[in-house]
Design a protein around this ligand. Structure first.
Ligand SMILES: NC(=O)C1=CN([C@@H]2O[C@H](COP(=O)(O)OP(=O)(O)OC[C@H]3O[C@@H](n4cnc5c(N)ncnc54)[C@H](O)[C@@H]3O)[C@@H](O)[C@H]2O)C=CC1
Ligand SMILES: CCCCCC(=O)O
Length: 457
């Protein structure tokens, strides 16, 4: 597995990074485990939180440089890259300012005596992360782990090694001791060996079902806690009383965010039959009208996909959907020429026996379905192997809340697009994975929630 920076806008190979060896891994685990056994991990939380505050300030100071690195390495719009750099500083600050409260002992009223739950670190964690939010995916693991006292070794996606390297550089510059965070350019086999190592006590993974299944299986075999955030096939439900122009604007934005390579972006557009034609007409115009091009250009609204392989995979997926009876309403093709560009695409008339019905399209491809009523909308939303997020548009909030409660996902967003914020739990159900990241829930995924009880005398 080669770790390479290849600019997706030009497919120019910029740099190849050397892989780490088994000896490098041994050193990393030894240093991390010793840190876990030290006062740094087990002692007062304040020094660890100070590192997070400094890290946030360092990120702010290098915002434009960091954003440009991400755009050149995986193709997201420079404006989206800036947003990502902004939010990772916010995640660091969130845990710097809330972790002590989250991890404080929590008292329990018990007839057996005085009881409370303490929150202790559990040991070295492994993070295995994807390329679509190359900094956010790392900070989402690092910040709560550092606050809790868990050192982390990390394997990032092979196409974002510069992001991986600069993140580690920032962590070290912020004053984290050696072992708090170590990036490793390693193979899947080496990942499996790390999970098996007795010094490793947990694994956090974001990515595909295949990778998640392999990592979860290995973690299960060695009885290690894991959290998984995998694909999603999120619905974007537009009811007959929705603000249509708002729903169209947000729908186009959400489907095309990160060139459609975001697990929580809108993918299955579920339209009430009364507004379906009107929505589709406006939505089609919106999708067709976006400016595609260089993601470093501030006016571009749709950049390239992350790699040539991603474009090839999406092309095959669209062809298969059409071969099984879907209608091509817009686009459908990779853009000829330099770079990994794919046309904004809309597929309609996808029947349940079409493989596309159950598939996530990880690119600028919208699936459109029409339903008669709310019950049909819920039934279709839940007729999915995934359960990550979803959105419901209606000007009747109670009606929207009712649908939100019935949709089987980790989150539902009413009259807006699914997104993320440090204080909000992130994760899903079914094949979208398990566990939660961010918020108070996230920091407690990898701590020993230890009961202590003093018997009544
Ligand atoms: N939930 C999310 O935020 C994301 C989900 N995805 C999903 O993953 C699909 C492909 O994107 P990729 O980045 O290629 O995902 P991927 O799952 O192949 O890669 C994610 C991470 O897992 C590692 N990995 C892959 N197979 C592994 C194995 N057997 N053992 C250990 N580590 C392994 C990769 O090197 C990378 O670091 C997308 O189509 C999408 O469905 C991709 C990006 C983000
Ligand atoms: C907005 C942040 C989302 C990160 C994970 C995903 O691709 O859904």
């Amino acid at each position: 597995m080669a770790y390479q920076t290849i600019n997706p806008t030009t497919n120019e190979l910029i740099k190849t990074y050397p892989n780490h060896t088994d000896a490098d891994i041994e050193t990393a685990l030894d240093v991390a485990h010793k840190l876990y056994k030290s006062e740094w991990s087990k002692g007062p939380i304040a020094p660890r939180l100070q590192v997070l505050e400094r890290l946030a300030d360092l990120i702010d100071a290098r915002k434009e440089e960091l954003a440009r690195i991400a755009t050149v390495e995986m193709g997201k719009l420079i404006s989206d890259a800036r947003d990502e750099v902004w939010i990772i500083a916010e995640i660091a600050r969130y845990y710097a300012r809330n972790a002590e409260k989250f991890l404080a002992p929590s008292k329990i009223d018990s007839p057996l005596g005085e009881a409370w739950v303490e929150h202790h670190p559990i040991g070295v964690l492994l993070a295995v992360e994807p390329w679509n939010f190359p900094y956010y995916q790392l900070m989402r693991v690092f910040a709560p782990a550092l606050a809790a006292g868990n050192p982390v070794v990390a394997k990032h996606a092979s196409i974002v090694p510069h992001c991986a390297s600069v993140f580690e550089e920032l962590v070290n510059e912020a004053g984290a001791p050696k072992g708090a965070w170590k990036n490793l350019f390693i193979t899947s086999t080496q990942v499996a060996n790390i999970i098996a190592d007795d010094r490793v006590q947990g694994a956090a993974m974001t990515g595909s079902e295949g990778a998640g299944s392999a990592i979860a299986a290995q973690a299960g075999k060695y009885l290690k806690k894991s959290t998984l955030e995998m694909g999603g096939n999120d619905v974007f439900v537009v009811l007959d009383d929705a603000d249509l122009d708002k729903a169209v604007e947000i729908g186009v934005f959400s489907r095309l965010h990160i060139s459609g390579q975001e697990c929580i972006c809108a993918k299955r557009f579920v339209l009430h039959e009364k507004i379906a034609d009107k929505f589709l007409q406006k939505f089609t115009a919106g999708m067709a009208g976006v400016k595609m091009g260089d993601p470093l250009d501030e006016n571009t609204r749709l950049g390239p996909m992350s790699s040539a392989e991603a474009v090839k995979g999406l092309s095959k997926q669209v062809e298969r959907a059409l071969a099984h009876g879907a209608t091509l309403h817009l686009g459908g093709l990779a853009v000829e020429g330099e770079g990994n560009f794919f046309e904004p695409t809309i597929l309609t008339h996808i029947k349940r026996d079409n493989p596309a019905y159950f598939e996530e399209f990880f690119g600028p491809v919208a699936q459109v379905y029409v339903v008669k009523n709310d019950d049909e909308a819920v039934e279709l939303a839940n007729d999915s192997r995934y359960g990550l997020a979803g959105a419901v548009f209606s000007q009747n909030i109670e009606r929207a809340k009712s649908l939100a409660s019935r949709i089987e996902t980790g989150s539902v967003w009413i009259n807006t697009f699914a997104s993320t914020s440090p204080e909000l739990p992130f994760g899903g159900v079914k094949r979208s994975g398990y566990g939660r990241e961010l918020s108070e829930l996230g920091i407690k995924e990898f701590v020993n929630q230890k009961l202590v009880l003093v018997a009544k005398s």
